[in-house]
Design a protein around this ligand. Structure first.
Ligand code: FES
Length: 170
């Protein structure tokens, strides 16, 4: 289940960004990057404010934000698990890993747990095919991952409240 969007977002920290880039042409991407650095993602309200301040259409700002994979239009979890589903990793078992995580935390790939603790994403070949299947939890790269080890690692790293018992999120 995806976490709910927070309607009450304080946009005042963005003023510093607009000040820093005042009058600069082509500042949209760095402004998006700095905004994401504040919130961890790009709330819709922030995109509307950026469009207003840069005198751009909202659709132009959304177009750029959705074009680049570095930008997130939904909140991400405090921990991010990336499962590589390039050819080598797929053949070596990434679908099994994805299913195990989905069953453990009751979310689908691409979603975030309700408590905002974990986001699961798919990436395509990170250049470590010899270690397939590869999973990356935050900055930790795990190679030749087995589902039991992956779930154990997640249980260890995530907040105890996110841990599951008998397949239910608590
Ligand atoms: S396919 Fe996963 S690292 Fe290359």
């Amino acid at each position: 289940m995806a976490i709910a969007l927070d309607d009450h977002i304080d946009l005042s920290p963005m003023e510093e960004i607009f000040e820093a880039f005042q009058g600069q042409q082509g500042a949209l991407i760095p402004i998006l990057q700095k905004t994401q650095a504040i919130y961890g993602w790009l709330p819709p309200q922030s995109l509307e404010l950026i469009a207003h301040r840069l005198n751009l259409s909202t659709s132009k700002v959304y177009g750029v934000a959705t074009f680049y994979a570095q930008f997130y239009l939904k909140p991400r979890g405090r921990h991010v698990l990336k499962l590589c589903d390039g050819t080598a990793c797929h053949v070596k078992g990434t679908p099994i890993l994805a299913t195990a995580v989905e069953e453990e935390y009751h979310i689908r790939v691409g979603e975030t747990t309700e408590d905002g603790e974990l986001t699961v994403e798919i990436v395509y070949c990170i250049g470590s095919c010899a270690l397939a299947p590869v999973a990356i939890l935050d900055d930790e790269v795990m190679g030749r991952v087995k589902q039991d080890k992956l779930i154990r690692t997640l249980r260890r790293k995530l907040s105890p409240a996110t841990k599951t018992t008998q397949g239910k999120t608590t």
